[in-house]
Design a binder for this molecule. Structure first.
Ligand code: NAP
Length: 301
């Protein structure tokens, strides 16, 4: 099935982006590999003809480059079956250690970049593909389900992507045949480590005795998995007839989903009684109050 698919991949210079591009090509598919520096894929480009691999410049912070990449894909291949929304980086920093600028840059890539690619992908699947349809795969993270110390901004960016993806999936009309899946990745050995931004820790977070930034230490004790197997599983998701909204990839990611689910359930059970006596307004009363508040403009737009 991959053999008949055309993939557009963001952040294809290394890690999952490159591995998924290689897996698609090895299985006979077509890869539109997008990245900030196209030279980084010159070795792969020398091994495949342009009819199989197209390497395009795309910085996901640039909305014009996103539109151009999709326009070039249309010109070259006429359709895109799968978009792997993968570009991203990690910011290791306590909440108080990062400047607002670096935190906003993280969101520009991990959230707004992924959002703008998602919007273009959905439009393309609906308005360009004939027959309509396509698969959008988001590179999410266990950090998008459960936040960890020293990663509050990174986890927030992936939580934001999770929230956006769930809302997007809920509003797509079934007849468009567009399937969206958030891939909850665990910890893998890619270039994410060297590409990570690490502002120096705020002095308050350095232990006086050990001189260590304690909130960061757990990140150096986590085992990482081999990403090649995960790249194959990412391709497998695009082959599922009815892919789920969320797929955990990695034993740690599975554990995160279990732990988070369990903890939410326990909290609901512990506090449900607090809400039982909160009176519910009828829909008529709610709409009437809304109408008063909005001076007669209470229509659903
Ligand atoms: P990686 O090897 O560092 O790859 C990240 C890719 O994103 C690189 O190709 C990088 O390109 C690209 N990128 C960064 N900023 C970009 C921008 N503004 N525009 C376009 N591309 C940009 O790391 P990876 O592990 O494969 O990460 C891929 C995705 O998986 C990320 O979204 C990451 O958050 C997610 N993830 C990874 C892990 C993990 O443990 N590895 C866990 C959970 C989630 P350049 O070469 O130009 O910098």
């Amino acid at each position: 099935m991959i053999a008949s698919q055309i993939w557009l991949i963001t952040g294809a210079s290394s890690g999952f982006g490159r591995l998924v591009a290689e897996t698609v090509l090895e299985n006979g598919g077509i890869a539109i590999a997008t990245l900030r520096n196209p030279d980084a894929l010159s070795d792969l480009a020398s091994r495949y003809p342009p009819s199989k691999l197209s390497v395009l410049k795309l910085d996901v912070r640039n909305a014009d480059e996103i539109r151009d990449a999709f326009a070039q894909a249309k010109e070259l291949f006429g359709r895109i079956d799968v978009v792997f929304n993968n570009a991203g980086f990690t910011l290791m920093s306590e909440a108080e250690s990062a400047s607002e600028d670096v935190a906003r840059e993280l969101f520009d890539v991990n959230f707004w970049g992924a959002v703008n690619v998602s919007r273009e992908a959905v439009r393309f699947f609906r308005e360009v593909n004939n027959p309509q349809g396509g698969r959008l795969l988001q590179a999410s993270s266990a950090g998008g389900i459960e936040s960890l110390s020293a990663l509050p901004y990174y986890c927030a960016s992936k939580h934001a992507l999770e929230g956006f993806t769930e809302g997007l999936a809920a509003e797509l009309r079934p007849e468009w045949n567009i399937k969206v899946t958030s891939i909850v990745l665990g910890s893998y050995h890619t270039n994410a480590g060297p590409n990570m931004k690490r502002p120096p820790p705020h002095p308050a977070y350095i232990d006086a005795d050990t001189q260590q930034p304690t909130a960061r230490l757990h990140l150096y004790t986590k085992p990482a998995a081999y990403p090649e197997a995960a790249a194959h599983l990412i391709c497998k998701i695009a082959e599922l007839q009815d892919p789920p909204l969320r797929v955990p990839l990695g034993q740690d990611a599975v554990e995160t989903l279990r732990r988070k689910g369990q903890s939410l359930l326990e909290t609901a059970e512990e506090y449900h009684a607090w809400s039982e006596n909160v009176p519910l307004m009828s829909i008529e009363e709610f709409l009437s109050k809304l109408k008063q508040q909005t001076a007669g403009a209470a229509t659903v737009n």
